[in-house]
Design a protein around this ligand. Structure first.
Ligand code: TYD
Length: 204
């Protein structure tokens, strides 16, 4: 028996974290055992790596390696044991973020990311990835309204986020069965309705 693995993706400001909390609540109301987690992070060591990743300037390959180091720990300590128990795992970001941010955003060679992906996760892909998609201007406006101090990624220019968004959309096109694009420009209610539809199709 194996639980289901769901990941949430999108550019900063797409509203992913709000939907993450709501989705976890929805699944628990359906009676599922749910482990809510995030990347980079999810374990004590992973959270320390997150702190470095969000604050320290570093080479783009160091950044990619640390993302995957945190992921290795996350899989070993949390994701795989939870799935083996039959729990559901709902993660705010996973490997698609590395392809979108380090690959698309920073221009790191995709082949290198694929090597890390094969090495670190030995084929473990999410059952479902929800891609929260909004135009970059809207995402940036939301970040400004939220008013939190921007981290190292959130301080990037508009062109960076255009590349990240495009990389996500390209992945969604290549893997339409796993990655579902959610139009996240609408109201919370509208987005929740589309989420309920997608989730009920995988709850069967
Ligand atoms: P994010 O979920 O946006 O955190 P918060 O909502 O608290 O700001 O994630 C932090 C950042 O990490 C985000 O800007 C994207 C970046 N990131 C990568 O660049 N590569 C990765 O592989 C992952 C998992 C995240």
């Amino acid at each position: 028996m194996r639980g289901k693995f769901i990941t949430l993706e999108g550019i900063d400001g797409a509203g992913k974290s709000t939907h993450h909390q709501w989705l976890v609540k929805l699944l628990r109301e359906h009676g599922e055992q749910v482990v809510a987690t995030r990347e980079p992070g999810g374990t004590p060591l992973g959270e320390r790596l997150r702190e470095l990743l969000l604050t320290q300037p570093m080479h783009l390959e160091t950044e990619a390696l640390l993302m995957f180091a945190a992921r290795r720990e996350h899989l070993d300590k949390l994701i795989v044991p939870a799935l083996q128990r039959g729990d559901w795992v709902v993660s705010d970001r996973y490997t698609d973020a590395s392809f979108a941010y380090q690959g698309g955003g920073r221009g790191l060679d995709r082949g290198k990311l694929e090597i890390l992906e094969t090495w670190v996760q030995s084929g473990l892909q999410p059952d479902l990835t929800l891609l929260f998609d909004v135009p970059v201007e809207m995402a940036r406006a939301r970040l400004t309204t939220a008013g939190n101090a921007p981290d190292r990624f959130e301080r990037e220019q508009q062109a960076f986020f255009e590349r990240v968004r495009q990389a996500y959309l390209d992945r969604a096109q290549r893997e339409p069965r796993r990655i579902v694009r959610i139009d996240a420009t609408g109201s919370l209610d509208e987005i929740r309705k589309s989420l309920e539809k997608v989730i009920s199709s995988i709850c069967k």
